[in-house]
Design a protein around this ligand. Structure first.
Ligand code: ATP
Length: 241
């Protein structure tokens, strides 16, 4: 689904991503974990064309997207749910969802309604609140709206940037359950998280990013059991019995 080889990117003279290579197979949840400032968001921005790659390549479903424009990349099947949700606060829930379907507008109304129905089934609260202004939704509801909006584009790959940020534990559990449901429905997910434990528990595979480099990769269970990962990212004090 996604293949990244030796990717480099940054801001001006600041080199953030250093020869990143990773892949995501169809139907997988792959998580990328790492501390603040490791470069997780920069990686997602580079995949979506918002940050320019300075070296390497990004292949989506066999097609090179490394130097494509962001809107083209969305149309080619890659949608981002950005950090902080970034819903259109002065528009209603339904209007936000309509905008998410923009790249699919040529497919017509019937397809749009079917996709909207799918999103409402996944997130019943969005149906209940379809006429409410997005800015008045709770944090968890805004996260669901941001995910629903991305799904309206019928992406082959959905990328989530720290969906758990700022949410209460129970809501986080709910969001992660929905991400698992997305996989069950055949979606492919790249999940960026600081909440490494929750992410690794639902993922098939994971990568650990440290100061712009992938330092570890493997099956999610193996990373959960890895002592270095436990010490650095899972908050486990191994000195204690
Ligand atoms: P967090 O978990 O805190 O969101 P992150 O792993 O997503 O962190 P990035 O946001 O990708 O990290 O940031 C990586 C580095 O790039 C940081 O040192 C940051 O200061 C820098 N950076 C990010 N955006 C910009 C920008 N627009 N201009 C200059 N430097 C930036």
């Amino acid at each position: 689904m996604l293949k990244i080889r030796n990717l480099e990117a940054g801001y001006g003279k600041l080199r953030v991503l250093k020869r990143i290579s990773l892949h995501v197979n169809p139907g997988e949840i792959v998580t990328l974990i790492g501390a603040n400032g490791a470069g997780k968001t920069t990686l997602l921005y580079t995949i979506t064309g918002l940050v320019r790659a300075t070296a390497g390549d990004i292949i989506l479903q066999g097609r090179e997207i490394t130097r494509e424009r962001p809107e083209k990349i969305v149309a080619m099947g890659c949608s981002l749910v950005p950090e902080g949700r970034q819903v259109f606060v002065t528009m209603t829930v339904r209007e936000n969802l309509v905008l998410g379907a923009y790249v699919q507008h040529k497919k017509g109304n019937r397809e749009f309604m079917a996709q909207l129905e799918e999103v409402y089934e996944l997130f019943p609260v969005l149906r209940e609140r379809r006429d409410q202004l997005a800015g008045t939704l709770s944090g968890g509801e805004q996260q669901m709206l941001a995910m629903g909006r991305a799904l309206m584009a019928q992406p082959a790959l959905i990328m989530l940037d720290e969906p758990s940020t700022g949410l209460a534990p129970l809501i986080v559990k709910n969001i992660f359950a929905i991400i698992t449901k997305l996989r069950a429905a055949g979606n492919t997910v790249l999940l960026i998280e600081q909440n490494a434990k929750a992410a690794l528990k639902i993922a098939d595979r994971g990568y650990v990013l440290e100061t712009g480099k992938i330092i570890l990769e493997g099956p999610a269970e193996a990373l959960l059991a890895n002592r270095d990962v436990q010490r650095a990212y899972l908050g486990r004090d191994l000195a204690r019995p």
